[in-house]
Design a protein around this ligand. Sequence first.
Ligand code: ATP
Length: 511
Amino acid sequence: MESKLGSRLPDYEVIKPLGRGAYSYVYHVKYRSTSQEFALKIIEKQVVVQKNLTNRLLNEIKLQKRLNHPCIVKFYHSFEDEDCIYLVLEYCAGGELFSYIKSEGRLSEDETRMLCSQLVDGIDYLHNRGILHRDLKLGNLLLSEDRTLLKIGDFGLAVKLSNYSEERSTLCGTPNYISPEVVNRQPYGLAADLWSLGCIVYGCLTGNPPFESPDIQTTLLKIKDMSYSLPNYLSDDAETLIRSLLSWNPDERLSIQDVKNQPFFKSQFFSTLDTRTLQSPTLILSPVSKHRSATYVDYTETIISPEKPGKYDLPRSNRKIKSLKQDPFATPRSKPIVIKMPLSTANLLPFKHISKNRVLEINDKGWVIVNMNNRQLEVSSDGLTVIYQGKLTNFREMNNNCAKLYQYAQTALDLVRSKTPKIKLQIKDAMCMLMWNEPYPNFEVDFENGARVCYQIGSGKLYVHPLTGGSFEISPSEDYEHLDQSLKNIVDTTLEGLKCCIDEERKLKIT
Ligand code: ATP
């Protein structure tokens, strides 16, 4: 496999193999034109067909590509050639939590707390979107190089439920971590992941998951009988947490919110996540290829039909503009709005947008002021201080109406950021602008002859508006040799401009 890779994937340099799964090979690779490092998961099509894995794979791609959370392995891109399907994933240099625990014997309570609180944040993000992972285990949790950051991976068995109480009945998961209701083939829901969390916490603290045994049948029997023991070196808080997660009855099991309030985790929550998410994320771009030696097809875009927007879907980038026009008070939602990250006006210039019934302003102190339907919200530039209807509060203690306006302000700022240049470079006859929105910045090019290109890097689409009219969209990974010379020049200049802007952006970060 490895020897063939170089010729198959000229855009990538293979750094080293990372391992093999039951159906895949995973390599640490560098994307040559930007030097970004990824984990490249390669699945042979023959195996997909033989093992009837098409649905599993499609599911993995469809779900994971929509997720964006610091505690979840980022899915960047997928493509295929004649023989294989390639998934470009965030590279986690620390490897699996499973291997780390094996090398350490077991982890201290502090280290377990530090890592498992991130796992809880990741599960919370998934459950908020109605996603049940169904295969949470030490081997599917990956670590950063220094082993302080944890990320949930492998979404092959994950499902999106249509509501929080929907239940599933397929027997799946990894025996050591599956819940009694799954073993007993009872309908199961989000609580099944909480059971697995209990097994993971136990595994971190003791070195092995609680129901481990030499054969699967014995493991399943032990789960049914709830036969496990708690070593006496565990603290009372750890013991209480494990017992309340390994509760036989899923209705009595802790929910993910309850877990956050457990004494074991103390104040670990939010402090972990905030420091991670508030760091400015590294600029990562969807890999772009112009090589013709492999037929690059954006697998996700071509074979997966877009799902209807579900109850738990995040707004897609092209829906953001729409959402600005919606009145957040017009569609009351029964679920409380939880704002996890404070907004920020860093890098944005003073700005005022007035439309019917609403005003959005960033003043010269960087405060955001939203006025809508006679309700006023003022938010400090770091998003932490909030004044709603003249009353001072903070972003953790907003009531629902205030949170709706806050959410509106966040969406609007995203849009402003996607229109605010971070890097401006003149390349040949074109002005190239890389915008401030993250993690996928927009990229726009204005040609002297009046043509324009907008590249929504997150969507992988170039929108070309040539001077001659008749705009069209292409994916930069497509072969565009068929275009006439003037259009090819536009695309070439755009890709070259993008590369220069990224280089510039890098240099600026270094200095
Ligand atoms: P299976 O798919 O059979 O459950 P698995 O989870 O081990 O097994 P893969 O997900 O294909 O299989 O991973 C194979 C190896 O590659 C594992 O050792 C895993 O740690 C490593 N790996 C997978 N993804 C990444 C990543 N994003 N960063 C670093 N290493 C990874």
